[in-house]
Design a protein around this ligand. Structure first.
Ligand code: HEC
Length: 150
């Protein structure tokens, strides 16, 4: 099971470049896709957050799996910011499409912090998990502050 999961992660990374646009027939499909990925990423960050805050007992295997899901999900939303997909049901700011380099840098910053969180979770180092969880959270917030409508 674990092996399969890791295999899927590798395949996903290999076949999904940063901007794989052609998969979405309509802008609405792209919006749904990226929101779904963000929702899952947020849900599993929340589970780790409960451990970090001390509301939930630390279970190495559970945190490791949550972090692996966050890591996989962190690659997905950014393939779905297709041109013209700042639709009415999206909170994406139009600046995303005007400042593609900065937006991409913010995404890569978060992906890098998520990799560190995942490594800390694998190592079973709770203090490091706490520190890298904080860094991931800041990288989420930094992008939301600039590129997501309230
Ligand atoms: C590079 C920019 C960027 C980064 C980094 C980023 N987000 Fe977001 N996030 C967005 C944008 C833009 C939206 C709005 C998407 C839309 O409505 O089309 C969003 C939306 C969301 C949503 C709402 C989804 C919905 O259903 O409306 C959640 C939850 C979320 N992000 C969680 C996170 C978490 C957790 C992280 C960090 C692990 C993160 N995001 C990192 C840009 C980012």
């Amino acid at each position: 099971m674990k092996k399969t999961f890791a295999g899927i992660t590798l395949v996903t990374l290999a076949v999904l470049p940063f901007a794989a646009h052609a998969q979405f027939a309509k802008p609405e499909d792209a919006v749904k896709y990226r929101k779904a990925a963000f929702t899952l990423m947020g849900a599993h960050m929340g589970r780790i957050g409960a451990v970090v805050k001390g509301d939930k007992a630390y279970d190495k295997a559970a945190v490791e799996q949550d972090a692996a899901i966050v890591e996989m999900m962190s690659k997905l939303p950014f393939t779905a910011f297709t041109p013209g997909s700042d639709t009415a049901d999206s909170k994406a700011k139009p600046e995303i499409w005007k400042e593609q380099d900065k937006f991409k840098a913010a995404a890569e910053k978060m992906q890098g912090e998520v990799q560190k969180l995942s490594a800390a979770a694998k190592a079973g180092d709770l203090n490091l998990v706490k520190a890298s969880f904080g860094a991931v959270g800041q990288s989420c917030k930094a992008c939301h502050d600039s590129y997501r409508n309230k």
